[in-house]
Write a protein that binds this ligand. Structure first.
Ligand SMILES: [Zn+2]
Length: 180
């Protein structure tokens, strides 16, 4: 269900109103020209780490996607209902493509849909794995930073598009009317 808003978050097309938290999107777009897509959600394992007030430890190669690209907002009161509050939040996030808001959820950005959706899908698995590794009480095998840098580039260049194409095929298969 698509709702179109202008740059100040006024609804210009669509059947419904938007959440007051829409400013979080408009202000991030304004501050970050690279953030063409902004996703905000609260999946379970992201929320679990958000409840612990921590970012996931990167313990798997897929986690390289988030190398030096995560920000933890350790105090988040849950109300972004005015543009100035969203500006404050957006400037704290800076250039990171993933922000975890304490006791809340995540904000994920990308230069395009494929990138942002791939990050959004991946961060839930990254948090789940990090949490399960924590439960073992053992120290994860360290990854080589140089390898992670290379992996991060190839995940963004190649895996995002492949993931997006697969997700699109599954969605179209489940409901052809999305193409209308
Ligand atoms: Zn939220």
């Amino acid at each position: 269900d698509i709702c179109v808003v202008d740059e100040d978050a006024h609804v210009v097309r669509g059947r419904w109103d938007v959440t007051p938290a829409i400013h979080l999107h408009t202000e991030l777009h304004r501050l970050r020209p690279d953030a063409r897509v902004v996703i905000h959600n609260h999946p379970y394992y992201v929320s679990l780490l958000a409840a612990l007030g921590m970012l996931p430890e990167l313990v798997h190669q897929t986690g390289s996607l988030f190398l030096d690209d995560m920000y933890l907002l350790d105090k988040y009161d849950g109300e972004i209902d005015a543009p100035w509050r969203a500006v404050e939040l957006a400037s704290q996030i800076g250039s990171a493509n993933l922000a975890i808001l304490a006791n809340h959820g995540a904000i994920i950005t990308g230069r395009n849909l494929a990138e942002a959706v791939y990050r959004a899908a991946s961060i839930e698995r990254v948090c789940r794995l990090a949490y399960d590794v924590m439960l073992t009480g053992r120290t994860p095998s360290p990854m080589n930073r140089g390898d992670m840098v290379g992996m991060q580039a190839s995940l963004i260049e190649r895996a995002a598009d492949v993931y997006w194409a697969g997700a699109a095929r599954m969605t179209i298969k489940a409901d052809r009317s999305v193409l209308d």
